[in-house]
Design a protein around this ligand. Sequence first.
Ligand SMILES: [Zn+2]
Ligand SMILES: [Zn+2]
Length: 180
Amino acid sequence: MRVHLDAIKDTGLHLSYEFSPARDEGLADVEQSGEAVFLTPVAVSLALNRVADTVEVRGHLSVRLRLTCARCLAEFEQDAASDFSCVFAPQPEERRHPTPGDLELSAEDVGLLFFDGQVLETDEAVREEVMALVPYRVLCRPDCRGLCPHCGANLNTGACNCAAAPVDPRLAVLAKLKAP
Ligand SMILES: [Zn+2]
Ligand SMILES: [Zn+2]
């Protein structure tokens, strides 16, 4: 969302809006990679305050995700939410004519973003936070029992026949020896 500096009064500016992952290229990539499916738009609420020539942003995000368990491969839904803060500063002259490897990286390291002229774009900060919300390797539940390595059955739904008749490795060796 584009915010004009004039809209941020002395008492600050509060914004609540929905950020649509489907219409955002960066987040569409997350869905295509299969890491997560966004089941709802991202509910964004932001408090913006001017501090000297910068704008401090405190935000809250929430979204419902469909995720895939890393252990049993089952899909499940999960609410995700986070609080974050960042600072927008006026675009420095150096950035308009960047020299390789200079302050661009260090500015991003400290959560500093830039605005051009009188308008700042909150989408960049929101997108980064939403990406951080998507867990890298997640389980459907802490004690997920995973899949049987032999038959592939989901052991959360009950034991498979392999578990009922465990093969003793010593007997397996004997069986091999007896085989013609
Ligand atoms: Zn699982
Ligand atoms: Zn099995």
